[in-house]
Design a protein around this ligand. Structure first.
Ligand SMILES: *Cc1c(COP(=O)(O)O)cnc(C)c1O
Length: 397
């Protein structure tokens, strides 16, 4: 009966791993057409024509006045926070249930992450919890959009305004989304995006910051170039945080594919939605179908009918070469940190942290692959008694 599973030594469902990342791959010629002028002219300026074109294109897409391309998302966040934080204050309020490296960003700034809670409905940072964490040391609110949903933008902007605090959105997971018809990228003091190969746009590596604040844009632009502005004056503390031209060319080529990519993501999402109806123990986390969304990830909840815990489930599926991942686990307050942290509210993060996982998606997952994946889920659900028995025999053999 259990012969199907790779866990028991059978051949896996997929020969090659099926990722949970987008992995969009534009045509090689497209990429080369963008990189060729740069290659011919070897324009090394940190804001050469290609970088400028990309920044203008992204600013238009996000409905923001300015865009600054940087080496990656993480350093984009560090640079933006360094310019935005209230001077001489030390704490950054951020959720615990989020991107696994988020607290490191505070550590690089010699600041302290203060973990607040998320909302049960969206998994987004909770405005009420942010407000409870605000104190005399608060320097900035860092609001990452969760995977699939958006955080409560209006609620957060109100809290920031009421307490006169800067607010920075980490919008890596919300690229392409709209809130009340307005594109993500134009909210708060600034927003940060990543174009790492695994994200919505694949620039190999890279990131960018959007803002409507001219002074901030100028300072971040200087900060990515060792702190030096266009007059060759050092105006702020900088790093070498430039985006390199091959990464810009790759991002441009991906932008040409945008509509096509969204269509394909949507098709995959609807196939999952249709097929997962047959699995009683698994609920698909739905996208808002009214507003614009990227349909980039497939996030599911293992409900009370599902006969395995998440870690067991992950092992079964990973053996099949399905590179399934838990949703932001462990949350940051559970991780051992080598720098100071403050654990504020985490009740909802604890409630949510064990039940969600990401299923394979993106460019290299076909509709047939989705059928195979769900077929395995159905098999696991229907045969759990014999599978559990087999595990005992297997473990005692
Ligand atoms: C990946 C990611 C980052 C960091 O981006 P990099 O370009 O990989 O440095 C930041 N925030 C979130 C939510 C991410 O998923």
């Amino acid at each position: 009966m259990y012969q199907k599973l790779a866990f028991f030594g059978n051949s896996p469902a997929f020969e090659k791993p099926k990722s949970t990342s987008n992995l969009i791959k534009p045509d090689m010629d497209k990429f080369l057409s963008y990189i060729k002028p740069y290659y011919d002219n070897e324009d090394l300026a940190e804001d050469n024509l290609l970088i400028q074109k990309l920044e203008n294109r992204l600013a238009t897409i996000h409905g923001s006045k300015y865009c600054i391309a940087v080496c990656n998302g993480l350093w984009g966040l560090v640079l933006a926070i360094n310019e935005l934080k209230i001077k001489n204050k030390t704490e950054i309020i951020m959720p615990s249930l989020t991107y696994r490296r988020m607290a490191d960003i505070a550590a690089w700034l010699k600041m302290i992450p203060h973990f607040c809670d998320v909302e049960i409905k969206t998994f987004g940072i909770s405005p009420r919890s942010v407000e409870n964490c605000i104190n005399d040391n608060t320097a900035l609110i860092l609001a990452p959009h969760p995977i699939v949903n958006l955080c409560d933008i209006e609620g957060l902007l109100n809290v920031a305004k009421k307490h006169n605090l800067p607010i920075l959105f980490d919008s890596v997971e919300a690229s392409y989304a709209c809130f009340k018809g307005k594109p993500i990228g134009s909210f708060g003091d600034a927003e940060v995006f990543s174009v790492h190969a695994s994200k919505f746009l694949n620039g190999f590596e890279g990131g960018y910051i959007t803002t409507n604040n001219l002074d901030l844009a100028k300072r971040i632009k200087a900060a990515r170039n060792f702190g030096i502005n266009h007059n060759q004056n050092v105006i702020t503390l900088g790093i070498n945080g430039k985006m390199i031209s091959p990464h810009a060319a790759m991002t441009m080529a991906c932008l040409d594919l945008l509509d096509n990519q969204i269509e394909k993501n949507k098709e995959r999402f609807y196939r999952y939605k249709e097929l997962l109806k047959k699995v009683k123990g698994i609920d698909l986390v739905e996208y808002n179908l009214v507003e614009r969304r990227s349909f980039k990830n497939i996030l599911v909840k293992l409900n009370n009918f599902w006969p395995y815990n998440r870690e067991e489930t992950l092992v079964f599926l990973q053996k099949e070469n399905m590179v399934v991942r838990p949703y932001y686990y462990p949350p940051l307050h559970k991780k051992k940190a080598i720098y100071p942290t403050i654990i504020g509210e985490i009740k909802n993060a604890e409630l949510l942290m064990n039940d969600f996982m990401l299923l394979p998606c993106g460019e290299f997952v076909s509709l047939e692959d989705i059928e195979t994946i769900v077929e395995y889920l159905i098999y696991l659900e229907n045969n759990f008694i014999s599978i559990k028995e087999a595990i005992d025999i297997f473990n005692n053999a």
